[in-house]
Design a protein around this ligand. Structure first.
Ligand code: HEM
Length: 103
């Protein structure tokens, strides 16, 4: 079955939208906030999000795994996120895919 940002990925991230809006993320391309409810925002930071949510997995440990507090997403949600990346990050059924820069 196809995985879309809306509704699949958006639902996974829904509980975390507000706290992550408070955080600034510095990259070579500038400093961004991460709005986990917004398609462009998630696509732009999609590789960093991957590192963050996989950061509790053996062999993939990272300094700041997300969500914080030893509270990893369920494996099936991480798998769904990775399936969505592999599919080219489609927004929703029938929509164009992301063409911006991944930072
Ligand atoms: C680009 C990827 C991300 C970066 C660089 C990042 C970075 C950060 C930083 C620096 C903080 C504040 C300090 C801390 O609590 O560690 C934070 C807080 C938080 N992040 Fe992320 N984050 C990312 C993605 C995510 C994702 C994908 C989620 C949810 C699945 C998430 C959930 C949270 C939550 C819930 C907090 C607030 C914790 C609290 O206030 O108790 N973050 N993030």
């Amino acid at each position: 079955m196809s995985v879309y940002f809306d509704p699949d990925i958006k639902n996974i991230f829904a509980p975390y939208v507000q706290p992550m809006l408070e955080v600034s993320i510095a990259t070579d391309q500038g400093t961004f906030s991460l709005d986990l409810s917004n398609y462009e925002s998630v696509c732009r930071l999609s590789q960093r999000i991957k590192i963050a949510i996989e950061g509790y997995m053996p062999g993939k440990e990272t300094a700041h795994p997300m969500p914080p507090g030893n509270n990893p997403l369920p494996d099936r949600d991480i798998q769904k996120y990775n399936d969505w990346l592999d599919a080219g990050m489609p927004e929703k059924e029938g929509a164009e895919t992301f063409e911006g820069v991944i930072v």
